[in-house]
Design a protein around this ligand. Structure first.
Ligand code: NAD
Ligand code: DAU
Length: 347
């Protein structure tokens, strides 16, 4: 079986690639990635020599390349993770998100539709986000048929791609699956996202920027739990279906950041508590208040469930960033500094 994984050099993608390469030695895994600022082959050092692993540097927006790759390999399955993924960047530069997330997804769908002949055994699995459902109030949960209400350029681009994927199923019978998940955390996440950014700033004694009052709520899902869900959906999920994946683990941003500070204080053995670095800054434009997922469908139908011990997983994640200094230094040099300056200097 030949599987194309797009965005496999990114945060979640690298965990998915590693899992499929190691667990399924009979599968040939093709990781297609443009290697944007968020893509990093260092994330895959431990599998790059595996005989069932292949890397292709390509841009999903490049239709001709995508079509020739499909014609050459006739992949049996696609797990589509490639995307521009950071909400703040979508606010300052939406065009990149429209191109990669919408046009890029359309190119993959068109290639699959035109090049796959017998689709009975094929799978086109699109990875999406809970942000397509919009913002919750203090109560309630997103379920699979919650109406779409995206509010940022990022979530609007992901919503568009989800609609295209479903439309290709309804119109052309393409065998698609979709999952929408909450905020992932774990190793190899680019430090523009809240958890690794806070850890990196604690390490360098820099202010810990909290947007607004820090009362926004996110549901945190351990990336390895997400990978288990992706494996189950890819192999056992029903064609044409959507599955919501959540960690059952809601935190206000301020409580989460305080928790990270307390864990880091113990590990770094410093005299001044990291909490003293917390700085409230200008809120994100259109900042969604709360995301929370009802994942009972995947739990009931596929037997998946998230790990219960958030504190232990957060502790393990913080240790990973503190112990992988070289990785953290390499991804925060150069362009990251310019991004950071632009994003936070005048906030
Ligand atoms: P990421 O930003 O860490 O990685 C994205 C990867 O896609 C990078 O390797 C990048 O080089 C690649 N890429 C970007 N544009 C490309 C293009 N035009 N052609 C080919 N490759 C390209 O993202 P992530 O956090 O790992 O997210 C992966 C997927 O999961 C995305 O689709 C995202 O929307 C979705 N998702 C992420 C989260 C989360 O919490 N991180 C939650 C829900 C859904
Ligand atoms: O819900 C799933 C989504 O989770 C994914 O689809 C996105 O790809 C992923 O980036 C993530 O989006 P968020 O916007 O929720 O994640 P982020 O880490 O950027 O922010 C988490 C919360 O922390 C959010 O409420 C904004 C806040 N925040 C973030 C940063 C970077 C701060 O307060 N300060 C910061 O510096």
């Amino acid at each position: 079986m030949k599987i194309l994984i797009t965005g496999g050099a990114g945060f979640i993608g690298s965990h998915v690639v590693r899992h499929f390469v190691n667990k399924y030695p009979d599968y040939q895994i093709y990781n297609l990635d443009k290697l944007t600022y968020a893509g990093n082959l260092e994330n895959l050092k431990d599998v790059e020599q595996a005989s069932n692993y292949h890397f292709i540097k390509a841009d999903i927006v490049d239709k001709d390349t995508i079509f020739s790759l499909f014609a050459e390999h006739r992949f049996d399955g696609v797990i589509h993770l490639a995307a521009e993924s950071h909400v703040d960047r979508s606010i300052s530069n939406p065009t990149e998100f429209i191109m990669t997330n919408i046009v890029g997804t359309a190119n993959l769908l068109n290639a699959a539709r035109e090049i796959w002949d017998n689709t009975d055994e094929k799978v086109f699995y699109h990875i999406s986000t809970d942000e397509v459902y919009g913002s919750l109030g203090e109560t309630g949960y997103f379920v699979e048929d919650t109406p779409y209400d995206p509010r940022s350029p990022y979530s609007a681009s992901k919503a568009s791609s989800d609609h295209l994927v479903r439309a290709y199923h309804e119109t052309y019978g393409l065998p698609v699956k979709i999952s929408n998940c909450s905020n992932n955390f774990g190793a190899f996440q680019f430090p523009e996202k809240l958890i690794p950014l806070i850890i990196n700033n604690i390490k360098h004694n820099k202010p810990l920027p909290i947007y607004g009052e820090g009362k926004n709520i996110r549901d945190w899902l351990f990336v390895e739990d997400h990978v288990q869900a992706i494996d189950l959906i890819f192999h056992q999920g029903k064609s044409g279906e959507t599955y919501n994946i959540g960690g059952n683990n809601e935190w206000t941003n301020i409580d989460l950041v305080k928790k990270i500070c307390q864990i880091a204080d113990k590990k770094l053995n410093r005299n001044t508590p990291a909490e003293s670095l917390i700085t409230f800054v200008k809120d994100r434009a259109g900042h969604d208040l709360r995301y929370a997922i009802d994942s009972s469908k995947i739990q009931r139908e596929l037997g998946w469930k998230p790990s219960p011990d958030f504190d232990a997983l957060l502790d393990k994640t913080i240790s990973w960033y503190l112990e992988n200094e070289q990785w953290l230094n390499s991804v925060t040099s150069g362009n990251y500094q310019k991004y950071y300056e632009k994003q936070y200097a005048k906030r």
